[in-house]
Design a protein around this ligand. Structure first.
Ligand code: GSH
Length: 201
């Protein structure tokens, strides 16, 4: 039986969302962020992070890898599209979300929300907001020309990028310069499967 370790109040929400979209049966073990470095979790993931997936003897860490694996193994079109070309696009957008978007959003989130006010670095926030403008424009242009990243349908690429971008909502980032990206993000995050994932522990 599929088992997902990690609380929905963390990056684990990404994989819970994928599991909910796929409609597969799974067990959710809501390991808290504070428990990520417990002895039990370190056995599952030596990095001491959540989420972790177990599936029939396989243990996987890294949220994007988990989601791409789940989509390939349990998904069908359109969520997991057909053919190497479309898979390449799904990898492209997933890695793009992790490398072009996530580090900048994390900097803003940490310095606007997580750190105590006297430790926040406004200069780092300003630099991250400047650096994220170009990739956000790429996203905006893409979803201006078709409704979802790969074309007309919601796929695992949208799920992966939107779940990374959900940090932006918490960090209260202004998307008025990229309205198509904002509308796409609202549409993706509003999906019932994401609501079900977020409602979990
Ligand atoms: N790149 C990893 C990052 C995982 C990660 O850093 N998870 C955080 C929770 S959002 C965590 O486990 N933090 C606890 C810790 O590092 O002790 C992924 O996407 O799965």
């Amino acid at each position: 039986m599929l088992k997902l370790y990690g609380t929905s109040k963390s990056r684990s929400a990404r994989s819970l969302w994928a599991l909910e979209e796929l409609g597969v049966k799974y067990e959710h073990v809501p390991v808290e962020v504070s428990q990520a470095k417990s002895a039990d979790n370190l056995k599952r993931n030596p990095n001491g992070h959540i989420p972790v997936l177990e599936d029939d003897g396989l243990t996987l860490f890294e949220s994007m890898a988990i989601n791409l694996y789940l989509a390939e193994k349990y998904g069908k079109p359109p969520l997991w599209p057909s053919g190497a070309e479309q898979h390449g696009k799904a990898y492209q957008w997933s890695f793009w979300g992790m490398t072009e978007i996530e580090p900048r959003l994390m900097t803003v989130l940490v310095n606007r929300v997580f750190l105590p006010p006297d430790q926040r670095d406004e200069k780092a926030v300003a630099q991250a907001l400047e650096a994220i403008k170009a990739p956000l424009k790429v996203l905006d242009d893409t979803v201006k020309s078709h409704p979802y990243l790969l074309g007309n349908d919601f796929t695992i690429a949208d799920l992966n990028v939107a779940s990374v971008m959900s940090f932006a909502m918490i960090a209260k980032i202004d998307f008025s310069a990229v309205p198509a990206a904002q509308a796409w993000l609202n549409k993706c995050l509003g999906r019932e499967a994401n609501q079900r994932a977020r409602a979990q522990k």
